[in-house]
Design a binder for this molecule. Structure first.
Ligand code: PEP
Ligand code: MG
Length: 565
């Protein structure tokens, strides 16, 4: 008999599920008995073959991927498997006489240290790199590649961490839930799970230990609140089913324009990264796009896309949304999203370095080409409601530089993102120069709290419930009110139904989020009037801690709101 145990992690994909456990095959590791390498050339060829096979199998899976995002993740991992730097590193280890599997591990470690040193997006690729290492090691040992077992019945999948390459190809019909012991709330895995609609919880400490002593155990998961029950009782499963039913009931009838109960309008918009995302998001009941992350068109390429290619993509995005609003963010590269063709040299602290608009100022050719393409797209889709904004703005000079440039290209609606405390507390001055602002709460939290957003261990500091972050949002909204300009939110905070109420109470006029989150946010707004949202905002901002802020707001909320979380 297995003991019932309740564990708590971070919920990253809402929904409930239960079922038998399938554990992801762990990596085999270094062969302890392997001989030293005496023929580095021959051993190098073996490793190359293994890496080529890994790349080929990842590419094949990319061909079957069920979304553009999954495909892109798999292709990026495949490209890393045949990276010349990695292979050279393995050759170097073999020449020292290191055995084959140890050479793979040592070379990967050297490479991983380099990536971690670069920080941000590159540091995140370390998970992909370890995935490649483990697959190649299994291949040279003639053992099955680690990963998800072949599934014959629907399961709840448990892993220490799940590589994006694994998550991308999961079949939602067979994988009812995902539980990982490690992993961050903004990792590729979490984003992909949410996109696949599979309930998921990360950072569920103790799950491996709980399963080690259990046999044929079942798991139940609530991916909204991050709760995982090992060996759930029949009443646990019934309670989760009841939660699902209540959620569906709370969402029923959520349609139309975003507004509070008393009719205060709040535009509900989609975050998108590609023309495919736009086409998909446009089929949802939402009012446009509040953030088109254009850098996805530039990443993983050797050269910038041509003006023609950009024009075609932007036109397609605008056409997808018809007359609905589309807020395009100009290139936000650097730091976690480096561009090989716009490398400004190594930086000690890339997140504080020449990223976002700062990179555009150093590489004016890139932003000029982008603005030309946007103006052409706007002319090609005359019905479109195109807004254009710059990322990582801190000063009046930067704002003027961007606004002048965008307007000189004929773009009508020009704005800035508020992602730095400097922009937040000087919002009035910045907004007097442009038409709108959009708060990037992901970066605004990182820079307000001086906590790297990629660092899973600092999740408590990065919470948008931190009163200091809420004060920054308040300051921005005051700037909006003083100048009569709209202030939106396009960071992850906008997609949290409870936080959405606070943001509206602080004065935010639009919320942009993953399209799948719009229904819950719309339902939450409909349950509350503007006055309540304002009181919630006051309580949250006055709270001593992030936890107190959230609890205070949850206690003030309509009880049905709990069903939406
Ligand atoms: C943000 O920082 O909140 C934001 C929306 O931009 P990104 O997540 O792309 O940095
Ligand atoms: Mg940002």
């Amino acid at each position: 008999m297995n003991d019932r145990l309740v564990l708590h992690g971070i919920g990253v994909s809402a929904g409930t599920a239960s079922g038998p456990v399938a554990v992801v095959t762990p990596a085999v590791g270094i062969d302890e008995f392997e001989p030293a390498s005496v023929d580095a050339d021959a051993d190098g060829r073996r490793v190359r073959d293994a890496l080529d096979q890994v790349a080929a199998s990842l590419r094949e899976r990319a061909g079957h991927a069920n979304s553009e995002t999954s495909k892109a993740v798999l292709e990026a991992t495949a490209a890393l498997a045949t990276d010349r730097g990695l292979i050279k590193g393995v050759d170097k280890e073999l020449k020292k006489g290191t055995g084959v599997t140890k050479a793979i591990h040592d070379a990967v470690e050297v490479y991983a240290t380099k990536l971690r040193g670069l920080g941000g997006y590159m540091a995140e690729r370390v998970t992909d790199l370890y995935d490649i290492r483990d697959r190649a090691t299994a291949r040279v040992r003639n053992l099955p590649e680690p990963g998800v077992p072949d599934l014959t019945e629907p399961v709840v999948l448990v892993a220490h961490d799940l590589a994006p390459a694994e998550t991308a190809t999961l079949d939602p019909e067979m994988v009812r839930g995902i539980v990982t012991e490690a992993g961050g709330a903004t990792s590729h895995t979490a984003i992909l799970a949410a996109q696949l609609g599979i309930p998921a919880a990360v950072q569920v400490k103790g799950i491996a230990e709980a399963l080690a002593s259990a046999e044929n155990v079942e798991l139940a998961i609530d991916g909204g609140v991050g709760e995982v029950i090992v060996a759930p009782t029949a009443s646990d499963v019934a309670e989760l089913k009841e939660r699902s039913r209540r959620r569906a009931a709370a969402l029923a009838g959520s349609s139309g324009e975003g507004a509070t109960r008393d009719g205060h309008k709040v535009k509900l918009l989609a975050n998108i990264g590609t023309a495919d995302d736009a086409a998909k998001a446009a089929t949802y009941d939402l009012e446009g796009s509040g953030l088109f992350r254009t850098e996805f068109l530039f990443l993983d390429r050797d050269a910038a896309p041509s003006i023609e290619e950009q024009t075609a993509t932007y036109t397609s995005v605008l056409e997808s949304f018809g007359t609905r609003r589309v807020v395009v963010r100009t290139l936000d590269a650097g730091a976690d999203k480096p561009l090989s063709f716009a490398d400004l040299g190594p930086e000690e602290n890339p997140a504080l370095g020449r990223r976002g608009l700062r990179l555009s100022q150093a590489r004016e050719d890139l932003i000029d080409a982008q603005l030309i393409a946007l103006a052409q797209a706007s002319a090609a889709a005359p019905a479109a409601d195109l807004w254009v904004m710059a990322p990582m703005v801190s000063t009046v000079e930067e704002t003027t530089w961007f606004a002048d440039k965008a307007r000189a290209h004929g773009l009508k609606r020009v704005g800035v993102m508020v992602e730095t405390p400097a922009a937040a507390i000087r919002a009035k001055q910045l907004l007097s120069l442009v038409d709108f602002a959009s708060i990037g709460t992901n970066d605004l939290s990182q820079y307000t709290m001086a906590a790297d957003r990629m660092e899973g261990e600092l999740a408590h500091l990065l919470s948008p419930w931190q009163p200091a972050v809420l004060s920054m949002v308040r300051a921005t909204c005051r700037g909006g009110e003083a100048t009569g300009k709209p202030v939106g939110v396009c960071g992850e905070a906008g997609g949290d139904p409870l936080m959405a109420l606070v943001l509206v109470g602080l004065g935010v006029t639009s919320l942009s989020m993953a399209p799948g989150k719009v229904n819950a946010v719309r339902a939450a707004l409909r349950l509350h009037d503007l006055d309540t949202c304002r009181q919630m905002a006051n309580y949250a901002e006055d709270a001593q801690t992030a936890t107190d802020a959230r609890n205070a707001v949850l206690n003030m909320a309509d009880p049905v709101l709990r069903d939406l979380l």
